[in-house]
Design a protein around this ligand. Structure first.
Ligand code: ARG
Length: 463
């Protein structure tokens, strides 16, 4: 019999039960549901709304149920619809009347909002831990790659020289912002909605703050209608996860390019690549491709919930039951991708000789040539034109800037002297970019130190 069957004359259609039930996926909230119920019951007891004996029975009963679910001894059917009614029904079956008192001053609407927030806070912190690990890997790669010269690209055309270490620190900063975004979401969602009731609170003298404190929330939500209607935190997390996946996807795209024969900047470890069923020579970057592909599904999760929410009048509407699967899916996806992605990076072999060779072609020191002329007093626009003509000449002759004779240089400007060779040597081009944020070894050192401090600060907090 349904907990809410009192007002009804006959049973719901079986197909309705199937559509209505969320136990198939909200079973994941069982632990938070039980913690929330224990905190709620304890508060009801402290406020004299239910007796101390009832509280004790409820507590014992719920803890036993939690153990049974965890051990796989207890499972639920759609008969009891969702996790909230499943646990309550089972509790009442076990302890009788005390179980029926648990839902005093509470609605499933504030209950589900509470469970969802608690659960998502935890998953967000789990994800943050993995991101901190990924940052460690990137720092390691950056330290090893500080002196490895490679071309940096715009429009996927070789643009200017940089180092592999500098490149890795670009990603380290992207993931640093992902960590900050996650922390920011958690900070904002750290409010207990319990006590909002169905939508306008309760007439019982409850203590919302005590429940919030017992459950480790920083604050309580400020308005009961908002408390049960708000899913901003879910959307913020989905946005954050989408951006994170986008970062991993861009990185994946680079890895895919880099391990092609055309680039051959890196080689993936056998453990993190796959073969072809027909082409014996193939070694494919499937992991990177899957991460890139799964990014689409996380975007889908975000779009799905944004669309669910857009037309809902306040307060709770059953549409909101559709909030869980997208968020579960997005977290599952990100949590599954991150460790494999990290391991793939950690085990890939760098091919510095190929990076250096690619940097030697494509005139990526042309800006440095122009800058050298500027240093000798030529206005930048003129220096730019002279260098452009030089590059054109090189292409016709099949030479690099390094290979031109001084006489050839002088054809284009009398200003040129031996100093130009030093200025266009790639190692010098990189070393000269000492500007904060640039690729010179000491600038990259500073960038590494910045992220190191960022990580240390967080590790200290975790301890
Ligand atoms: N299973 C529901 C959900 O996930 C719980 C809240 C149900 N509330 C209600 N008034 N039907 O949203």
């Amino acid at each position: 019999m349904k907990l809410w069957s009192g007002r009804f004359e006959s049973n719901t259609d079986e197909l309705v039960d199937e559509l209505n039930a969320s136990i198939g996926f909200d079973i994941r909230l069982y632990s938070e549901d039980i913690e929330g119920s224990i905190a709620h019951a304890t508060m009801l007891g402290a406020q004299g709304i239910i007796s101390a004996e009832d509280v004790e029975q409820i507590r014992e009963g719920l803890l036993a149920i939690r153990e049974d679910i965890a051990a796989g001894r207890l499972s639920f059917t759609r008969e009891t619809e969702d996790i909230h009614m499943s646990v309550e029904t089972e509790l009442t079956r076990r302890i009788g009347d005390a179980g029926k008192r648990l839902h005093t001053a509470r609605s499933r609407n504030d209950q589900v909002a509470l469970d969802f927030r608690l659960h998502m806070k935890r998953r967000a912190l789990e994800l943050r831990g993995l991101l901190l690990d990924l940052e460690e890997t990137l720092l390691h790669l950056a330290e090893n790659g500080r002196d490895i010269i490679m071309p940096a690209y715009t429009h996927l055309q070789r643009a200017q020289p940089t180092t592999f270490g500098h490149y890795m620190m670009a990603y380290a900063n992207m993931f640093r912002r992902d960590i900050l975004r996650l922390e920011d979401c958690v900070e904002r969602m750290d409010e207990s909605p319990l006590g909002s009731g169905a939508l306008t609170g309760t007439t019982h003298p409850i203590d919302r703050k005590a429940v919030a404190e017992a459950l480790g929330f920083a604050r309580i939500t400020q308005n009961s209608i908002d408390g049960v209607s708000d899913r901003d935190y879910a959307l913020e997390l989905l946005s954050t996860l989408s951006i994170l996946m986008m970062h991993m996807s861009r990185f994946s795209e680079e890895i895919i390019l880099w391990c092609s024969w055309e680039f051959h900047f890196v080689e993936l470890d056998d453990a993190y690549s796959t073969g072809s069923s027909i082409m014996p020579q193939k070694k494919n970057p499937d992991i990177a491709e899957l991460v890139r592909g799964k990014t689409g599904r996380v975007y889908g999760d975000l779009m799905s919930l944004l669309t669910v929410m857009k037309g809902l009048p306040l307060a709770y509407n059953k549409d909101m039951q559709e909030d869980k699967e997208p968020l579960f899916d997005a977290f599952d996806t990100a949590l599954r991708c991150l460790p494999v992605f990290r391991a793939m990076l950690e085990t890939m072999r760098l091919r510095p000789e190929n990076m250096r060779r690619a940097a030697g072609e494509g005139f990526i020191n042309a800006t440095d040539c122009a800058d050298w002329l500027v240093g000798r007093g030529m206005p930048f626009r003129d220096a730019y034109t002279v260098t452009g003509k030089l590059v054109h000449y090189c292409i016709e002759k099949g030479k690099t800037l390094e290979e031109l004779y001084l006489e050839e240089y002088k054809e284009f400007s009398e200003i040129f002297d031996e100093g130009i060779y030093e200025a266009i040597c790639l190692e010098n081009c990189v070393a000269a970019r000492r500007v904060a944020g640039g690729p010179a070894a000491e600038a990259v050192e500073d960038q590494i130190a910045y992220i190191r401090a960022f990580l240390d600060e967080r590790k200290e907090k975790q301890e």
